[in-house]
Design a protein around this ligand. Structure first.
Ligand code: 2RA
Length: 329
């Protein structure tokens, strides 16, 4: 098994390496790949030194799996070149997510739809992954009519330069502006670019990807995505209207049995999910479970996950693990 990590020098790339290490992912050979600019750089993984290689060389090495986290443009250009030489690409960018010929996979929900000839597999957006994973078993039981979600997203979702902006502002130093405004001591109701309908691209990703992953265009979704000056994870306030009524204790029971989900819901002891406690964890944390008393069949929930983990690296590595476990590579 030859594994390539494309975008190995980035924030998500280094998280992928950490998760591969923690999960003891089985491979015989590892290729660390980045832009020509970073080629030649030395990196260490599991005590062994690697030289970063460029994309062209990586294609010629014909890896079995390539986990991409190198941005949409790189993915659009290079994923097909890897696929052509027989590599299965697991792509973290938004390039292929809504392509009807590509699967958009959260392993706990729809890895079973993967087929041996799927050459480019899309990893959903971080804010979508944590929401759909928390909802999937509730959807199986009660059916979903409508979701209203508001997010509180970590600056790590933008990348290292955004973390640097926030930290420089916090230290009172001149900051390279990644966002159109200060981010420290501020809240930006603006993630990714505004669309003609007034929503941002991030909001439309949550709407469209949820329908694709659940394979159900009848689910109504509306989203407001917000950047907050935090690290460690994305938080979401989710109001979900089910088709059928539910029992709150049963909801907690279902969530506690959902693979990959951890219930943290003990308000009397101030226990609820937070980015600080979700940081570096692979699971999705759910709490503040309560009935929406303004409308029938409706539940309020608070969902937190490390966006670089389950929202990106962990989900991608889990897809690769599924391929290996099911002898698809
Ligand atoms: C963000 N969803 O947090 C993006 C990262 N993919 O900005």
């Amino acid at each position: 098994m030859k594994l390539a990590v494309v975008g190995a020098t980035g924030l998500v790339g280094s998280e992928i390496l950490e998760v591969l290490d923690e999960h003891n992912f089985p491979f015989d050979e590892l290729l660390l790949v980045a832009s020509e600019r970073s080629a030649g750089k030395k990196m260490t993984f599991k005590g062994k030194e690697y030289t970063v290689i460029g994309l062209k060389q990586a294609v010629s090495e014909k890896p079995d799996i390539a986990i991409f986290s190198a941005g949409g443009g790189t993915s659009l250009e290079w994923a097909p070149k890897f696929a052509e030489v027989g590599t299965i690409v697991i792509d973290n960018s938004s390039a292929w997510r809504m392509d009807p010929t590509k699967k958009l996979v959260v392993p706990e929900i729809n890895a079973k739809d993967l087929r041996i000839d799927d050459r480019i597999i899309a990893n959903p957006n971080c804010s979508t992954i944590q929401m759909v994973l928390a909802l999937t078993k509730l959807r199986d039981k009660y059916g979903i009519k409508r979701i209203v979600v508001s997010t509180y997203q970590s600056v790590t979702g933008t990348g290292k330069a955004a973390v640097d902006q926030m930290m420089a502002e916090r230290a009172g130093q001149p900051a390279e502006m990644v966002y159109p405004h200060k981010i420290d001591m501020n809240v930006l109701p603006h993630i990714d670019v505004f669309q003609p309908n007034g929503y941002t691209k991030e909001e439309m990703k949550m709407i469209n990807e949820t329908k694709k992953i659940f394979n159900d265009n009848s689910i109504q979704v509306t989203a407001t995505t917000v950047r907050i000056p935090t690290m460690g994870g994305h938080s979401e306030s989710v109001n979900v209207e089910f088709k059928q009524d539910f029992d709150l204790e049963e909801v907690k029971e279902i969530l506690s049995k959902t693979p990959g989900v951890v219930v943290q819901d003990d308000p009397t002891n101030n226990i609820y999910p937070m980015p600080l406690t979700a940081h570096k964890r692979d699971e999705v944390f759910v709490g503040r479970l309560r009935r929406d008393e303004s409308q029938p069949n409706t539940l309020n929930m608070w969902i937190v996950a490390d966006n670089l983990r389950k929202g990106a690296a962990t989900n991608a590595v889990q897809i690769a693990e599924y391929l290996v476990e099911h002898s698809m590579v």
